[in-house]
Design a protein around this ligand. Sequence first.
Ligand code: ACO
Length: 443
Amino acid sequence: MSKVTAKIESAAQTDSVTLIDNASNKSVELPLLHGTEGPKVVDIRRLYAETGFFTFDPGYTATGSTESKITFIDGDKGILLHRGYPIEELAEHATFPEVCYLLLNGELPTPAEYEKFEHTIARHTMLHEQITYFYRGFRRDAHPMAIMCGVVGALSAFYHDSTDIDDPHQRMVASHRMIAKMPTIAAMAYKFSIGQPFMYPRNDLNYAVNFLYMTSAVPCEEYVIDPIVSRAMDRIFILHADHEQNASTSTVRLAGSSGANPFACIAAGIASLWGPAHGGANEAVLKMLHEIGDKSRIPEFLKRAKDKDDPFRLMGFGHRVYKNYDPRAKVMQESCHEVLNALDKKDDPILELAMELERIALEDEYFIEKKLFPNIDFYSGIILQAIGFPISMFTVLFAVARTVGWVAHWNEMIEDPHQKIGRPRQLYTGPSQRPYVAREKRR
Ligand code: ACO
């Protein structure tokens, strides 16, 4: 691999960066863009046309893939804002439908707008009856995320009247449908896996309670909901609603950039979310805590996490953007205690183990030096388990909550007049051109 030496000169006064290729002595001035918050961004859109160079940034560690007005994160300070509002304030005072409205429309709803929005979402909670037959085609032991990928992918085969992405009305109908139907799809995936009858949505219940009803109720008993549990569920949804250009949101944008319909794009997002480095981490945290089993074994697992030759990582720790405490994890930790107290599970050995693991890891030189703090997934699994969800449902709940973030970003992308198909380039390191060799002549 040959290397070109280049020198970047930053000139604050001219608000641009000059890139100089010492080999050819060519230079190019690249504009610096300023957002309302966050670091300046070097605009490299003309780089290839003017120099013939591409940039190289696998994993996008220093690349802004889009302009966005939805969510801002300051990873060093541990700040997360949705449309300017801090996540802690939203988790404390707002409801999930309010946050959905905010993410989709840019402003918090007035009382009349809120009522109308809740009504609209409630009117879209049912699934086309034909979709319910899909579930029977899956094995009973299928992972619910596998079912989610299949069923959500199939939605575009049912809702033809909201797949014209150039029609703003159809885009909004598709967005409302996704937000409204996702809890029903997720609850049915769960009920199917445990062999219980589907519970159809109840539009008199709020979003979080309706979801708990569809997953926990049975036709032969009256359903009673604990308000602490329903508030915790609503908060879990709020905390997972959006997170800037994460892997699944970027997947939705990339899929949508080709003009694919919204249901297909969200199915792509669900697939991306499933991985243990992303949304699958809450499931992995619980599995890890059970594997550790006892506080006395924490040092052994920490040693493994620090060993470069061992693929084991401390699940629920570390984040691409946060190099400080994940603000969502703080709220989640509070909720966790509230729920465990309310459900009389405060002496839960798994929570005690988690607290001890957190304490030891936060004092450990390796975690301090690499700025590895607990992320949201560290606590969400513990609450979800206390509420009664099986581990396999954790990522499904994340998908239900993140759907609004995905559709908000998808809408923003379609409305962007500069939107182009997402098509990265590469640093090719394979063989150079060579002639085909006939099969009988190959040695
Ligand atoms: N345990 C042990 N070491 C870790 C961990 C961890 N959980 N996370 C990062 N590191 C180490 C890496 O080995 C690396 O060390 P090195 O510099 O010596 O090579 C360094 O910290 C930086 O880590 P990267 O993998 O380069 O960071 P990246 O930004 O690519 O990864 C990620 C972030 C995927 C979240 C990572 O921290 C991780 O795998 N964490 C565990 C999984 C997890 O909790 N995921 C949930 C993310 S939050 C969410 O999606 C809602």
